[in-house]
Design a protein. Structure first.
Ligand code: PLP
Length: 476
């Protein structure tokens, strides 16, 4: 059944396109709406004809832009009047399997972490406010201290150098603005890169609007920020260098230690967004010349909505959230005790498994690449093949719309990410892929990111159906 909002929208669209709505229009729209609700993808012509009697010709006669209009009028995101995307592939799978290849996007809670969350919500740890002097409060405070020590141990830093935040984005904002605001009177120069996460980019743009001088470094042909690029950009008034450790889209690892040494020599604080590196590669800020470093819970199988910022003892930041003075006066607000406990546990597990997981994921990734070479001719892998974490593969498929591929894969249970005109996702990824000089009109790019629950069987499942999907959706 169409809901009232959708009915109103359909009427609006009909008015705008001077379409007289008939019973047949409604039959097609109602079927497509119900189909989308159930399957999360729009129906193809054959399905519509089977269930409503309206042929492809009918649909093009009835609606101003054929199937595109049907989808747009009822809010199916993959087709729009402006973007003429192709219908998704129609594949029958033998044994449906859910395959999650989007660990860079977010992760699930890992099994060992769940009991801690459950205990917290059940009230086993008490419900105390960590700032209260009661036993309940002290108990909560101790739990936070333990988690702080766990995160600190995973980075070989001191516990009081860890500040809990509500996300990686908040940690990035605190790092960048917190340093910059110390120079609010004199301002100064900030160096960052064009491939940062939006929480760094937007913070730096904002500071630019406030009168700070900002430089955005570009990547080299491998997608890396070089030490030389940083060296050339440093000025006598540079107050901050902010560069990510691992890029979220193509998985490259920047030469953080080398850049850290450079910043140390120049006596400029070095802020590293390690959201995608944490738990995947060994990070020792003190040995890498890193002054501030952000991490996030939901990339390491802890809950969403918890992050942390490492701030070296030598540095201080101006808080962004003022209030009761929690988190050593650097970030006020009653702490998210349950999430902090879970984050600490996930960090400990990640630290313990970092080498074995790296090895396992590398083997899985190599197996994936072998399948890709065999089954998908003409593909490209974006970004350096050497300086990268194995957890990520960003693949360009020739003659494919990545949004259509994303939805087609999703239809058979495979979760990936893309930056596409046709998908519901953002266009973000094209920024870095374009910076690599890739012809983004020709190649549809898909990010596969691997993690804890992935196995060889997942890769086999994908490659069992991928060639057929590509065959169905590729441009001729
Ligand atoms: C590189 C990078 N930095 C920061 C963030 C933001 O982290 P959060 O989602 O915890 O705000 C992300 C999340 O995708 C990321 O990939």
């Amino acid at each position: 059944m169409l809901n009232n909002y959708t009915k109103t929208y359909i009427n609006q669209m009909a008015r705008r396109t001077r379409t007289d709505i008939t019973e047949m229009h409604l039959r097609v729209l109602e079927f497509a709406f119900a189909y989308y609700e159930k399957n999360k993808v729009g129906p193809l012509y054959t399905n519509i004809e089977r269930h409503t009697g309206a042929t492809k010709q009918d649909i093009h006669r009835l609606f101003p832009h054929g199937l595109n209009s049907v989808y747009t009028w009822i809010g199916i995101p993959i087709h729009s009047v402006d973007d003429t995307c192709k219908p998704v592939a129609d594949i029958d799978v033998d044994e449906y399997r859910e395959v999650y290849f989007d660990h860079n996007g977010t992760t699930y809670l890992r099994d060992e972490v769940k009991p801690f969350m459950e205990k917290y919500t059940r009230g086993d740890y008490g419900h105390g406010n960590p700032s209260s002097s009661t036993f309940l409060g002290k108990n909560a405070f101790e739990k936070i201290s333990t988690a702080r020590s766990e995160i600190a141990a995973s980075l070989s830093v001191n516990p009081h150098e860890i500040i809990f935040t509500a996300s990686g984005s908040e940690a990035n904002n605190l790092g960048v603005k917190g340093i910059a605001f110390k120079y609010h009177q004199t301002k100064g120069h900030i160096i960052t890169t064009s491939i940062e996460h939006s929480s760094i980019l937007e913070s730096v743009h904002f500071l630019g609007m406030l009168g700070y001088e900002v430089s955005f470094l570009d990547v080299d042909e491998n997608g890396l920020i070089t030490e030389d690029a940083v060296r050339s950009a440093l000025k006598s008034n540079t107050i901050l260098v902010a560069i990510m450790a691992v890029n979220n889209e193509i998985g490259i690892i920047n030469p953080i230690k080398e850049i850290g040494e450079l910043c140390k020599l120049a006596e400029v604080p070095f802020m590293v967004d390690a959201t995608q590196a944490y738990g995947k590669i060994d990070l020792k800020p003190k040995e890498m010349g890193i002054s501030l470093m952000s991490v996030s819970g939901h990339k390491i199988y802890a809950p969403k909505g918890i992050g942390a910022l490492y701030i070296d003892d030598m540095y201080s930041v101006v808080p962004l959230i003022h209030g009761g003075g929690q988190e050593f006066n650097r970030r006020s607000g009653t702490e998210n005790v349950g999430h902090i406990i879970a984050f600490g546990k996930a960090a400990t597990l990640a630290r313990k498994e970092i080498q074995s997981e790296y090895k396992r994921i590398t083997e899985l990734r190599d197996y994936f690449i072998r399948q890709l070479k065999e089954k998908v001719p003409g593909h490209i892998i974006n970004g350096s093949i050497h300086n990268r974490v194995p957890h990520n593969l960003n693949v360009g498929f020739p003659g494919i719309d990545s949004g259509t591929l994303l939805i087609s894969l999703n239809k058979i249970g495979v979760y990936v990410a893309s930056g596409s005109s046709c998908s519901a996702g953002s266009k973000e990824s094209s920024r870095i892929i374009k910076a690599l000089g890739v012809d983004t009109d020709y190649y549809g790019t898909i990010r596969f990111s691997f993690g804890l629950n992935n196995s060889k069987e997942d890769v086999d499942y994908l490659f069992k159906y991928l060639p057929e999907i590509i065959e169905q959706i590729k441009d001729n």
